[in-house]
Design a protein around this ligand. Structure first.
Ligand SMILES: [Zn+2]
Ligand SMILES: [Zn+2]
Length: 437
């Protein structure tokens, strides 16, 4: 099929483009971009008053398959991705069994081939079983051409092992994505440590549990002279360390998640377990620091840390509920409402953080609209207001603190590899598309 997207505001941060143009898609590729294109499409999509951008890239999701298909599957997780405008996601290895060897990688690849509705990239574990004891075989990992390694959900607490991992990553040209948490400090905590935790009578997680590890691992990355990527930055102290490291020329990149710039610990006072995540929601000062860091480039990327948990898992006392929230379907709207509307980011900058930069950090040929490139494209109506309702959620789980929120900016169309997979907010796909995407 050949598509012509007309009259849209075309934003491509990779090429610093922000102009009204047409985009012509043919044979799965971006054939041409320009004004008043004289072409013969099979279908025309009018993108007047809409943004046409590279498909969003989420470098941090938990898709739960294999092992916890009751929480999410490749199919439901990638449907949620499309709904949120993501055409590429990178899935974390804390599945059951964990993704820590080529056999499991192959299994996940087969599931992706059979069921994924967008591009899915596999992140493999740093250590065997994500136990923080023995390094996984990075040579093997590299052979299966993965973008990155992470023990996400767990921290590599042994500093010597972490240094060894970073050195191996350098050799194998892999990116290490770092879940920074000193569990000796966070141990038993369920919420940010401070006035709110005291008032609620809950055990607090000091910010130190995060920034101490950020500090240690930036130093180790410097020692190994390799890249490191800090996952889900939640507090000002971590940001200060990353900013300083960047100015010192250390190759550190960082992401934050939408809940860290949209919510504070004050939301937890209802004991709603959908406000329980790791790292925990922090203070207004931290939220402001995150917005500033997004704006000045200290934080490179917005990633959702999409973490589905079932109603029965979350429907328990705050202390016992698992950490994490879903995020694929609300990320763009939260960026629009909390960052773009409030002047922290322009639309091109928001697309940069949600598409171009995560693709660059992972070394993926995504996140841009270059002619001849694979047509992964999203069309956004930036002014569409809506209420986020539970019934609309594509993910298998509904553990979001944003249900009932009035949001703005909606994804209307999504192309993956030139195939129109979402049309006018409705996900459509033909069975034969799967496997070709
Ligand atoms: Zn994590
Ligand atoms: Zn995570």
């Amino acid at each position: 099929m050949k598509y012509l997207i007309k009259n849209g505001r075309v934003i491509d941060p990779a090429d610093k483009i922000d102009e009204f143009s047409d985009v012509f898609i043919a044979e799965g590729k971006i054939e041409r971009i320009g004004k008043n294109l004289n072409v013969k499409p099979d279908e025309v999509i009018d993108a007047k008053d809409r943004i046409v951008a590279p498909g969003l890239v989420d470098m941090h999701v938990h898709l739960r398959e294999p092992g916890r298909e009751d929480k999410e599957t490749m199919r439901s997780g990638t449907r949620a991705a499309l709904k949120g405008g993501f055409t590429s996601v990178a899935c974390m290895p804390n599945t059951e069994p964990p993704i820590d060897n080529p056999k499991i990688v192959k299994l996940v690849r087969d599931i992706i081939k059979k069921d994924a509705l967008c591009n899915v990239f596999i992140i493999s574990a740093i250590t065997k079983g994500r136990e923080g004891k023995v390094l996984a075989d990075f040579d093997q990992v590299k052979k299966t051409s993965l973008a990155a390694v992470s023990d996400d959900g767990a921290c590599v607490e042994d500093a010597n092992l972490m240094l060894k991992a970073l050195k191996e990553c350098k050799k194998s040209h892999l990116l290490l994505i770092d879940h920074c948490e000193d569990t000796k400090i966070s141990s038993g905590g369920v919420i940010n440590k401070g006035f709110v935790s005291t008032k609620m009578g809950l055990r607090g997680i000091p910010k130190e549990a995060e920034y101490k590890m950020v500090k240690r691992d930036i130093e180790l990355a410097k020692k190994a002279s390799t890249n490191i990527h800090i996952a889900h930055v939640s507090c000002k102290e971590s940001i200060d360390l990353i900013r300083k490291a960047k100015s010192d020329g250390i190759k550190v990149s960082a992401e934050t998640a939408p809940h860290y710039f949209s919510l504070t610990e004050d939301c937890c006072v209802t004991y709603d377990t959908n406000t329980k995540m790791n790292p925990p929601l922090r203070t207004t000062g931290d939220v402001n620091a995150i917005k500033e860091a997004l704006s000045d480039g200290t934080i490179d990327a917005i990633a959702t840390d999409h973490a589905p948990h079932t109603d029965s898992e979350k429907g328990v006392e705050f202390d016992f509920a698992p950490f994490g929230v879903i995020g694929l379907e609300t990320a763009l709207s939260l960026a629009a409402v909390e960052l773009v509307e409030r002047g922290a980011l322009s639309w091109p900058d928001a697309i940069l953080k949600m598409s171009t930069n995560p693709a660059r950090i992972l070394g993926l040929d995504k996140g841009g609209l270059k002619t001849g490139g694979q047509a992964d494209i999203v069309i956004i109506d930036p002014n569409k207001e809506y209420v986020y309702e539970e019934e609309s959620i594509e993910s298998k789980c509904k553990n979001s603190p944003f249900i009932g929120w009035r949001l703005k900016a909606k994804v209307t169309h999504v192309f993956v590899a030139g195939e129109l997979v979402m049309n006018d907010e409705v996900i459509i796909y033909a069975a034969e598309m799967i496997g070709r995407l």
